[in-house]
Unconditional design. Structure first.
Length: 307
């Protein structure tokens, strides 16, 4: 008997290995997958501007535009910016401006030479700052009356991303883009509203994949919602996929984009990380260093990074 329909995904026309340079931007799910790629020793930059949920703000941040000066806000004696996650803050305004300038420069440099850009969209429900009339990425717990909630327009998003992807490709001819829709449920918006939001994101991704031959879609959303399809694969909030689900999605990602040799290198990297994090019961590490050195040499050989 079959109790679920496993999603079979075709092998990608291009492969990702440890020589591939990558940048991942988007929702908290982008951070989860990005962390696994980083732990597996891929050349990876993950969410330099913090977690960003909506595609409009994602596009604004990677377009290279200057950070809007009228969107800085002071909250609890710390300065933040409405276009960025609250993790990026500073008690000194100028120090924050300098930090954001460096992040912007670093991200643009990475975009100019990266092989794969992974974008994970979370929601098209956004908040518009009333005073500036600009869409924000994070409200930073500022009083709600300073914002109005709205749904991003699909046609406007299409035009925004056509322009963005044309711009990115003109600066980096080798660039490939992988789009995903986050399986995280935004239940605070409402069940129907969450489904409406995900539908718009799926339509946007489908349009962009059809429009550009260097843009691809990875079905993270479908893997959790239609393949696993069970609340035992969610955390206690019943909104965020748990560790088991994320591992399953990452395994599927590897089946699409990794060769057997790359998967072997990932397993070696996992062994090295596990050994480094392991604390022996008796406190003795006699052969731990030698094992790590042996695995490091094996990883270098298998990954091809010795060249």
């Amino acid at each position: 008997m079959k109790f679920r329909s496993e999603l079979i995904i075709a092998k990608s026309t291009f492969q990702i290995d440890h020589a591939t340079t990558m940048l991942s931007i988007g929702s908290c799910f982008a951070s989860e997958i990005g962390k696994r790629l980083t732990d597996a020793r891929f050349d990876m930059l993950v969410n330099p501007f913090g977690t960003i949920f909506n595609p409009h703000s994602v596009a604004e941040l990677i377009s290279g535009n200057e950070v809007q000066p009228d969107l800085f806000v002071q909250k609890d004696q710390k300065w933040c910016h409405f276009q960025l996650h609250s993790d990026l803050n500073n008690t000194d305004l100028q120090a924050l401006k300098d930090q954001l300038s460096e992040l912007r420069k670093m991200t643009q440099e990475k975009l100019a030479q990266t092989d794969v850009l992974i974008l994970t969209f979370g929601s098209v429900w956004v908040y518009r700052h009333v005073e500036s009339n600009k869409i924000v990425a994070n409200c930073h717990k500022v009083p709600q009356q300073q914002f109005k909630k709205e749904l991003l327009n699909l046609e406007e998003l299409k035009h925004q991303y056509i322009s963005l992807f044309d711009q990115l490709k003109s600066k980096n001819q080798k660039l490939r883009i992988i789009l995903t829709v986050s399986p995280v449920k935004y239940l605070k918006d409402g069940v129907h509203e969450n489904n409406l939001s995900k539908s718009i994101l799926l339509l946007l991704c489908d349009f962009l994949v059809t429009r550009f031959d260097f843009v691809f879609y990875f079905p993270a959303f479908e893997l959790v919602n239609d393949d696993l399809r069970d609340y035992r694969f969610y955390k206690e909030d019943l909104a965020h996929p748990n560790e088991l689900a994320i591992n399953y999605v990452f395994e599927k990602f590897g089946s699409v984009y990794f060769s057997d040799k790359t998967n072997e290198a990932i397993h070696i990297a996992d062994d090295i990380l596990r050994l480094k994090n392991h604390r022996p019961f008796d406190g003795i590490n006699t052969d731990k260093k030698e094992k790590i050195q042996m695995l490091e040499k094996k990883f270098t050989l298998v990954s091809g990074l010795s060249k």
